[in-house]
Design a protein around this ligand. Sequence first.
Ligand SMILES: Cc1cc2nc3c(=O)[nH]c(=O)nc-3n(C[C@H](O)[C@H](O)[C@H](O)COP(=O)(O)O)c2cc1C
Length: 194
Amino acid sequence: MSAAGGPVMVGVTGASGAVYAQRLVRHLLERGFEVLLSVSKAGRLVIQEELDLGGAEDPWGAAGRERLRVFPEKDLSAPFCSGSFPFRGMAVVPASMGTVGAIANGVCLNNIHRGADVALKERIPLVIVPRETPLSAIHLENLLKLARSGAVVLPPSPAFYQKPRSMDDLVDFVVSRVLDALGVTNDLYRRWGG
Ligand SMILES: Cc1cc2nc3c(=O)[nH]c(=O)nc-3n(C[C@H](O)[C@H](O)[C@H](O)COP(=O)(O)O)c2cc1C
């Protein structure tokens, strides 16, 4: 598949699982996609906690880095805040319950919420990777609202029939399913029956 069809928007929020965002963004950039990225304040906190950056400031890798555009979360003039800007899809990964609640209720406090709001109204593929456990009835109702509005709700739940041998295998399985939902062909893991 070519990178035609516009950029991919990635919103990173303050739930555990920053490594999924890192792997997704790196893969898209390596594959030639343009990526528009926004990281919430809490998302930056979790990145610092969870990713072993080895002193490097930038978790998003080197290959294809010139195709990455980063927007501050409060920048509501970012292109994906308008329905007139074509993008091929958006992933919120990981998605905190706070962000899930905001998007599910049409509340746009930052450009991640607004990008998702635009994706839903324009019928642009939106993938939500929620992370919390256990889930309250409020969380579940918000996720149901998102699914009913057209989002793909994709919990980071790796399959163990793949016999993962490393954390990379577990992460790649989830990222591969996110890419599938965005319509990006990939072979990040060996598929059942393949
Ligand atoms: C290290 C760390 C891990 C967190 N993990 C989660 C989580 O897995 N799920 C969640 O909903 N919130 C989690 N939180 C709380 C959110 O970051 C917090 O609710 C925040 O306000 C979310 O803001 P955001 O949606 O704008 O990123 C975590 C916070 C920290 C500091």
